[in-house]
Design a protein around this ligand. Sequence first.
Ligand SMILES: [Fe+2]
Length: 395
Amino acid sequence: MMETITQGPVLRERYGQVRRLTVNICQGLETEDFVVQPAPDVSPPKWHLGHTTWFFETFVLKPHCADYQLFSKDFDYVFNSYYETLGRRVVRTERGNLSRPTVQEIFRYRDYVDERLYQLLDLASADLLTEISPVIELGINHEQQHQELLWTDIKYILGNNALFPRFVNPQHPSTTFRNPDDDFLQIDRGNYEIGHIGSAFCWDNERNRHTVYLERFEISTTLVTNKGYREFIDSGGYSDFRHWHSDGWAWVKAQQIQAPLYWHYWEGDWLNYTFDGLRPIDPQEPVCHVSYYEAYAYASWIGLRLPTEFEWEVAAPEMHWGQRWEWTGSAYLPYPGYVKPAGALGEYNGKFMVNQQILRGASTYTSPGHSRITYRNFFQPQARWQFSGIRTARS
Ligand SMILES: [Fe+2]
């Protein structure tokens, strides 16, 4: 299914780099910050640290080390995320109740699993290395997804603290991006090939590569800015039902939504919570932390629409992307010929293919090199704690 790094030392190095980066993302957190869960979607940082470790313990060490001793039998229960195949688990909404295991214990767990995994790689025969490399590669990509989730969850934890604390961390990527001038790219109608090709790593949901017919369309080469989105707010976009889906309108009403997540109206103007604390809105920055409902409503208000995921993929080589995850008008569905892998890992992507929208691209907090033009991210339409933004299109 995927080309893997079968050379032990190279895989060891790559594994170590990713594991260290995860820990480094947490630099600057106080112990109390590791524990809280201010919303059901947000996992405490300590849970991410444990869960990503559990993944390697469960899928690499347990099946492939004959004499492997679990660090703790309780961790199977505490750090299983959603794998029904693997039995009972702490439900997602109760992750914030886990004052135990302690943060220190979880760091010891990481060290323990890393040590065993290095031993396994050092001693593995060529055949065993070939067998375990794809699973380790999967675990590395899984951990990279959790690295971005750590950023989003840390932002939510601190951004929902009444003191709006700063998060000082040397790992912050540069966010001084400025949108170039807006332009529309024209793509002719025709048949296009969609989906992953080649033997490099991809997720199962990026296959099979298949042909899609597209009508002629135009797509913006840039993302919607805070300035543009502010015009939508100022013109009453949040109080005009005509721009919204029925579900979106119900959500706006029930949640009393008036602006993107982290925007706060203060003494006559909007402020934005960033990792630097509350700051004035930067008009040139791409708007961030909007839901699919909001992305759709904005596009409707301005007389445009969201691109489909196929349009996005076809146009991507000629667009600026990578600053925000971009909502598309496409539902998360399997590609033709998609088959869920057997066993627990078959639960990774396939079972979420209902009631979610596709996002394409990457954000500034996506692990370097982790995304590609065929990458399919997905969230429920009301989710907005991710670094999600808007690109428009027209027919
Ligand atoms: Fe996970």
